[in-house]
Design a protein around this ligand. Sequence first.
Ligand code: GLV
Ligand code: GLV
Length: 322
Amino acid sequence: MAKPIVYVTRKLPTEIISELTEKYQVKMWEEEEVPVPGDVLMKEITQASAVLSMLTDTFDEEVLNMASQLKVIANLAVGYDNIDVKACESRGITVTNTPDVLTETTADLTFGLLLATARRIPESVDIIRNDQWKTWSPYMMAGSDVHQKTIGIVGMGAIGEAVAKRATGFDMDILYHNRNRKPKAEEKLGASYASLEELLAKSDFVVSMLPLTKETKGMFDAQAFDRMKQSAFFINASRGGVVNEADLYQAIKDEKIRGAGLDVFANEPIGSNHPLAQLDRVVALPHIGSSTVDTRNRMAMLCVENIKRVLDGMEPLTPVKN
Ligand code: GLV
Ligand code: GLV
């Protein structure tokens, strides 16, 4: 009997893929920096028993209708807004993600982005790159302090808590907003629950760690930025879709808030012509939150393990619930 097909939608290291090749026929989109085109995915998915997918791949009804053998989509990300999970459930397709293994790595980047934004690190790097450093001067690149300020974390999942833990080292006051209270985080990290309105009004750094859902889409809008302090920064390392980007641009332009650190955008990739990328007070990164070699290896291995388990008729390690 022919081996079941596992389709991998981006080039991944051979050592990781070799974990699958004994029992399965692995087919791979061989590009590292180009996502698999929709029509290729539609074709490949007709034969596949499993897909190891990226957050750049869309699995909607149209794509899923082509999948007659598919048992599992293992998404190489903690977020899974690229997948219609309900449509998968109704077709008996298991969806898995990669939580936990990327928590600390993503929190490191988020805090780094916060620091870089407050202390204007990328702008300062450019001063030397562009040979603009004439002398030391008292207020050159004067930024904003981080220590002893208030951080407001919106979306207190595992990554939110890991960001809060880092904030304790900077003696920050920690506010959080979440669907449910997190008594353990309150106790361990000294984080205080706040309504969204209160958090926005009091925080020096508003940090979004929200998943993108119908409820969170566009929730950081003009009204939210109006509520923030003029001296405050908005940091987003979750999903661009939670922000109304035109409103954010206007809020920074109009000095309603001081700036933003953004690792994610509504429509990725963006380039230097994106309005937000043109503002000095925005630090823009190309969605690298979990991008360390160790963590990306762990994420890929977790996808492989989830695929093996589902195809063996076992529970996956990290299933996504609709
Ligand atoms: C990255 O954004 C992820 O969801 O893992
Ligand atoms: C800055 O380098 C200082 O010495 O204050």
